[in-house]
Write a protein that binds this ligand. Structure first.
Ligand SMILES: [Zn+2]
Length: 267
């Protein structure tokens, strides 16, 4: 399956590719099931309730969460709830530096495996914050869910989250899947046009990463004439979602070769 078609007719009217009029065709925004996703823990292992106090001052909130859910998904909570820790601290964990809003989405995900409640919508920034929280608290599956949701959000809204790039670069490691996703999502952006509209430039490190990947051949920036349509671009990202995931106990190379949804490798 090629990302680019030689059919000139799809590129003749450059206006039409960015309007809704022409996008009546169904775009598949479903997220392929991650072949490395772990099963939910059995309710038999939930155990007792733990109080997690998140944030400080007026924004502080307390959440009652099953110990077994926290320790199953999170290496941080596994360590924090180890017997040695519990002896000294009853059953309360305090996270003063974390955001209650972020924890609330994590809390919802713990019980439903979904980040958004019915009828609510998380902003792209909050999704990025969830990713950062997942990294700090050792919850890779939560980070993967954040990537998947960010994909769905940017694809369904036709919006590239340029304003979140600075936040992402300040708060993630260089090998982060979120950085790679945002780099891949950016290849069809007309930077000159978006800067004219007064948007802030992403950090220089972002462009340096793009340049490094282009020179390594791991990222292709199509020329204007060969730029994929929005639909093709979205489909390319959708097929590669697993490449942005973190899969515990597997090396990056075996992940890619085993990933059923990826038909061609970029690396
Ligand atoms: Zn995956």
């Amino acid at each position: 399956m090629s990302a680019y078609t030689d059919d000139e007719s799809t590129y003749t009217d450059d206006e039409s590719t960015y309007t809704d009029d022409e996008s009546d065709q169904e775009i598949d925004l479903t997220v392929p099931k991650c072949p490395h996703a772990r099963k939910r823990p059995s309710p038999k292992t939930y155990g007792q309730m733990i109080t997690v106090v998140v944030g400080k001052g007026k924004r502080q909130r307390s959440f009652q969460v099953y110990e077994g859910l926290l320790t199953y998904w999170s290496s941080y909570f596994r360590a924090a709830l180890s017997p040695a820790w519990k002896e000294a601290n009853s059953n309360i964990i305090e996270l003063p530096e974390d955001s209650a809003k972020v924890f609330e989405a994590f809390f919802h995900w713990l019980f439903t495996e979904r980040l958004e409640r019915e009828g609510t919508s998380l902003s792209s920034r909050l999704i990025c914050k969830l990713y950062v929280f997942s990294d700090a608290r050792g919850i890779p599956e939560l980070g993967n869910a954040a990537i998947d949701l960010l994909f769905q959000k940017t694809a369904s809204d036709w919006i590239f989250p340029a304003e979140d790039i600075g936040y992402i670069y300040r708060n993630t490691r260089s090998a982060s899947g979120l950085r790679k996703f945002i780099q891949d999502d950016s290849v069809c952006i007309d930077w000159a046009e978006s800067m004219e509209e007064g948007e802030k430039y992403p950090p220089a490190e972002f462009f340096a990463d793009i340049l490094a990947r282009v020179s390594q051949g791991t990222l292709v920036i199509p020329s204007f004439e060969r730029r994929p349509t929005d639909e093709e671009h979205i489909e390319n990202l959708r097929k590669k979602l697993c490449e942005y995931h973190e899969h515990p106990d597997t090396s990056a190379d075996t992940e890619r070769s085993r990933s059923a949804s990826v038909t061609e490798s970029e690396e």
